[in-house]
Design a protein. Structure first.
Length: 130
């Protein structure tokens, strides 16, 4: 069965709710492990500032930042599918982070794979828009 585009887009929203909860400190004890379950062990990303991260580094980033951004709000919009195969979807979306100190907007490209019936993130590339 092919990977569902609807579930892939839903995954973007689910991931960012978990990320917001971890950063704000809301439900972080349950949401941090749930967040990690959405990543492939081979996950890699290039952040908006150009730094490359592997899965262990990303786990450390989220662990170190639990509750450190209590005012952050994350919005996801403009989702679009770039490529869809039987086992992976490449998609783009816009991510807006609003905090008391200002707003950051980035455009992201993610590769989501289906592994053992579960959707997991394999790759992410972010680019600042503002």
């Amino acid at each position: 069965m092919a990977l569902s585009t609807e579930k892939a887009i839903e995954s973007i929203h689910t991931m960012h709710v978990l990320i917001e909860n971890v950063f704000t400190g809301k439900h972080q004890e349950q949401d941090l492990p749930a967040l990690f379950d959405h990543f492939s062990n081979q996950f890699e990303m290039v952040g908006a500032a150009g730094k490359q991260w592997n899965f262990e580094e990303v786990k450390q980033l989220f662990t170190n930042n639990q509750g450190k951004m209590p005012d952050i709000k994350i919005e996801i919009y403009d989702e679009a599918i770039l490529s869809h195969t039987e086992h992976a979807i490449t998609l783009i979306y816009t991510e807006k982070h609003t905090k008391d100190s200002g707003v950051l907007v980035r455009r992201s490209c993610a590769v989501i794979e289906e592994i053992d019936g579960k959707m997991v993130w394999r790759y992410l590339q972010e680019t600042f828009l503002s």
